[in-house]
Design a protein. Structure first.
Ligand code: CAO
Length: 431
């Protein structure tokens, strides 16, 4: 029996006690150098730990959820060479796969960043967490072979991991898209960002953007530029709904039940509208529209570090009280920075509610690859003519931004009208 080599967590900078959120190997698997073994999650960033030795996995020494720090043993492999030995014997230049990391925007504003840790055998500085592509060395090699820019490939693997088939799909798309557009280049030929020495004009303070702001900024910029989006405005009469909400909340004060929020009603009404207008619960994928049969609703949450979008999964199967409780809990975790990557993935439609703050309307930016997003502002009492007199009605402003490649104006307005009717008479949700 050949010697067993223990692979440990490499230098992960200032991080310690980091939970394991994915394990990619099991006893009996054969691993090659730099194959991803596990993914660690820290402060909403994920990191792959690569194999520093090749061979057959004999023992996996950790389990999902275990918290690890530098030096913690992960697996024991039998046979093959360690990276240390390889570099000592071969003294070969470092494989480009180990250095090839490029920035890539995550698919949602707050989706976890994903990076591959350097092997311990390389005398590299500890990892600095930044937006990087999340792909195994073999996928990187495949992308290089085909000339695919990994920063442009949409990941479909767990935790934003780019799979081999994602690279294939990107290349196929690039091959078919170019002749059809006939455009000389796909990049925007814009002037560089103005560089100004502001201190010439007065005192200034330099405040670095938070990590969440950097990630969401990249995503928002891409979505703003790439989606031909139109915002459609509507008003919903929520006089009865708000009266009902207040009444239930008064009753719940005695029973200790969760507080009903307008957001929870909006999520439930949106699900009902999505069921009637499935196009709004879809994603554009090349020449196909992917229609989702599930109803996962994202909601924008304002946090001290920036905007994040937690997701209520299967909102169609949940009651409004349950949704209110869950949004409250997810918003709390968002503010505390303890959301897990899975909490922010899978949305088919997003709601951005500024209703607790104010405003009369706005144009929310679609959370790609979704097809639409609903913006909501503060409800106000408005005089509404009932044929004989003006009546004070509580009116909720709705701003629906939809991708015009997927949704035409007539459809968007029908969706808005439907949503407004559902909110005006919530009994319709049960029909
Ligand atoms: N009209 C009038 N009042 C409203 C309202 C509306 N549309 N929506 C909420 N309110 C009221 C609530 O009833 C609550 O008052 P009470 O405590 O008296 O009941 C108060 O405003 C605070 O609500 P809230 O906004 O804190 O809570 P919520 O459940 O409605 O929303 C959340 C939760 C997470 C959506 C919200 O806290 C948040 O972060 N909103 C900002 C989202 C954002 O930044 N969007 C912009 C993205 S694009 O830049």
């Amino acid at each position: 029996m050949s010697q067993l080599t223990e692979i440990k967590v490499p230098d992960i900078g200032d991080f310690s006690d980091v939970p394991i959120i994915e394990i990619y190997i099991k006893p009996g698997d054969t691993v090659a150098l730099d194959d991803a073994l596990v993914t660690l999650e820290s402060d909403k960033a994920t990191m792959d730990v690569p194999a520093t030795a090749s061979g057959v996995v004999r023992e996996v020494l950790v389990k999902l959820g275990d918290r690890v720090s530098e030096g913690c043993p992960l697996i024991r492999v039998e046979g093959g060479l360690s990276a240390q030995k390889e570099s000592e014997t071969a003294k070969q230049p470092e494989s480009p796969a180990k250095q090839d990391t490029v920035a890539v925007p995550a698919s949602t504003p707050a989706q976890a960043e994903a990076v591959t840790l350097p092997s311990t055998a390389q005398k590299e500085p500890p990892l600095s967490l930044g937006g990087k592509v999340h792909a195994s060395p073999s996928v990187r090699a495949y992308a290089r072979e085909l000339g695919a820019d990994l920063s442009k490939v949409t990941p479909s693997g767990p935790n934003g991991r780019i799979l081999r088939e994602d690279v294939t799909a990107w290349v196929k798309n690039a091959l078919t898209a170019t002749p059809r557009t006939g455009a000389p280049g796909s990049g925007l030929d814009l002037l560089p960002w103005p560089k100004v020495d502001f201190s010439k004009f007065g005192d200034i303070e330099v405040r670095p953007l938070s990590r969440i702001q950097k990630i969401s900024g990249q995503n928002l910029a891409r979505n703003w530029v790439m989606i031909p989006a139109v915002t459609y405005h509507e008003e919903a009469d929520i006089t009865e709904l708000e009266a009902f909400r207040i009444q239930v909340n008064k009753e719940n004060e005695k029973t200790g039940n969760a507080k009903l929020t307008m957001l929870a009603f909006l999520i439930k009404a949106s699900v009902c509208a999505l069921q009637q207008f499935p196009t709004f619960n879809s994603s554009l994928d090349g020449d196909n529209l992917i229609l989702k049969k599930y109803f996962h609703i994202g909601f924008a949450a304002d946090t001290p570090n920036g905007l994040v979008v937690p997701v209520i999964k299967n909102a169609d199967r949940k009651g409004i009280l349950e949704i209110a409780q869950e949004t409250g809990e997810l918003a709390r975790q968002a503010r505390e920075g303890t959301l897990k990557p899975g909490d922010m993935q899978g949305a088919g439609f997003t709601i951005s509610s500024l209703g607790g703050i104010g405003g009369t309307s706005f144009s929310p930016i679609i959370n790609a690859p979704e097809a639409a997003i609903l913006g909501v502002n503060k409800s106000t009492l408005k005089p509404v003519w009932d044929g004989k007199a003006f009546q004070p009605r509580l009116t909720l402003p709705l701003s629906l931004t939809a991708d015009h490649r997927v949704v035409d104006g007539a459809l968007a307005t029908r969706f808005n009208v439907c949503l407004a009717q559902l909110l005006a008479d919530f009994r319709r949700v049960t029909l």
